[in-house]
Design a protein around this ligand. Structure first.
Ligand code: ZN
Length: 272
């Protein structure tokens, strides 16, 4: 499931392939992923525009479209394309005549005959047009992005909310961008049991957790979230049945914490 590092990687990919080209058409292969916009509206409103730049917040990617070329008849409003990648979403920039993947749900066609495919096997992703990013984030109650949160804000979040550290990380309303896999990784590297109550953490614990969060997210982005390049010392490459702790070699445990299956090492990660 795409989390902050994956969506940041998609953002950089989109920025390096799909900006500043005139959109000539939008081909919707499966309208299930469209939210509050029809197939016709999506195509009509994007045609003639360009993707100008993009902005990521948590697991959402927002792509600002240009007003250019301005229509002589109507002034076009501010328009952003919002993408959420659900469980299996990703982006693929297709060459001329490249075969359309079966799980491509929406294809944005450009004047150079290339296409950007929003690919999503399980169709839990979302494609929407919005006018204002801040208003969208506010309406959905999405909290600050995990890489934008400062240390003091981070401490306040954990001190003022009840629940386990795992549950607090997963709540997008508190900190946006972290999902099940990276929450487990952060807690493993910070040597904290996922069921530790957030309110029990000391100033020092919180500072360690904050540093570790930033380290894990930034390192994963730097490696373009390529699973094969992630360090073997990370939990992520071992979190499965029969998996062993890369630190002490003992069998990893799993339990439902914060509503999701958490993997951890009961020896290395202590409850505080
Ligand atoms: Zn261990």
């Amino acid at each position: 499931m795409p989390e902050l590092p994956e969506v940041e990687t998609f953002k950089r990919y989109l920025d390096s392939t799909s900006l500043h080209q005139r959109i000539t058409g939008v081909d919707v292969r499966d309208a299930y992923v469209l939210k509050r916009v029809s197939v016709r509206q999506l195509a009509r409103r994007l045609k003639g525009r360009r993707f100008e730049n993009s902005y990521r917040h948590g697991k959402h990617l927002f792509v600002r479209t240009s007003d250019d070329p301005p229509s002589p008849r109507l002034r076009r409003a501010n328009l952003w394309l919002r993408l959420h990648f659900g469980m299996t979403g990703w982006l693929q920039y297709l060459k001329r005549d490249e075969k359309t993947p079966n799980s491509a749900r929406v294809l944005f066609g450009f004047a150079n005959n290339r296409r950007l495919a929003f690919d999503d096997q399980r169709k839990l992703g979302e494609v929407e047009l919005i006018k204002n990013v801040d208003e969208f984030l506010q309406r959905c109650g999405i909290g600050p992005d995990a890489l934008d949160v400062g240390l003091s804000e981070f401490k306040t979040i954990f001190r003022t909310h009840r629940g386990t550290v795992k549950a607090i990380f997963l709540k997008q309303q508190l900190i946006a961008g972290i999902g099940n896999l990276y929450a487990d990784e952060i807690l493993f590297r910070a040597r904290m049991h996922p069921a530790t109550e957030g309110a029990r953490l000391s100033d020092k614990d919180l500072a360690r957790l904050f540093r570790t969060m930033r380290y894990v997210l930034e390192r994963a982005i730097a490696l373009k979230t390529d699973f094969n390049r992630l360090p073997k010392s990370w939990l992520l490459t071992h979190r499965e049945k029969g998996g062993r702790c890369p630190r002490c070699g003992r069998a990893l445990k799993s339990a439902t914490i914060g509503g999701r299956t958490s993997w951890f090492c009961a020896h290395c990660q202590k409850r505080i």
